[in-house]
Design a protein around this ligand. Structure first.
Ligand code: HEC
Length: 97
């Protein structure tokens, strides 16, 4: 019994150490996107409810320079790959309003 609890605690700690942003962190990251991508906006594009793969591939593309843009390349370069993936997960799961 104690061993099982220890394993659960150990795996949670490892998960946190692997750099996966927790939901609170992702909300904080996503808040800085809202000034240009507010929930109800149609321009540039709403992010909520978009397919996860589309969001992730655009963000990775802006970051690695394969996609051009006015501001997004600079913005995407400010995040780690893990953070961009967490943002893609977050916006894909957020309900379009
Ligand atoms: C300063 C305004 C601004 C901020 C802040 C901003 N964006 Fe953008 N975003 C844009 C513009 C403008 C475009 C169109 C591409 C370009 O010109 O860079 C865009 C395009 C995108 C696209 C591609 C959509 C498509 O259909 O091509 C995604 C995905 C995206 N942004 C995600 C994000 C995320 C996630 C954040 C927060 C980390 C964010 N943006 C913050 C202005 C912004």
């Amino acid at each position: 019994m104690y061993r099982a609890i220890a394993i659960v605690i150990a795996s949670c700690t490892l998960g946190a150490m692997a750099g996966h942003a927790n939901p609170l962190d992702v909300r904080a990251l996503a808040a800085s996107c809202a000034s240009c991508h507010p929930p109800a906006a149609s321009l540039p594009v709403p992010l909520e409810g978009q397919p996860r793969e589309m969001l992730a591939s655009r963000l990775h593309g802006f970051r690695d320079g394969s996609l051009h843009g006015t501001v997004m390349p600079q913005i995407a370069k400010g995040y780690t790959i893990d953070e961009l993936d967490a943002l893609a997960d977050y916006f894909a799961q957020a309900r379009a309003r």
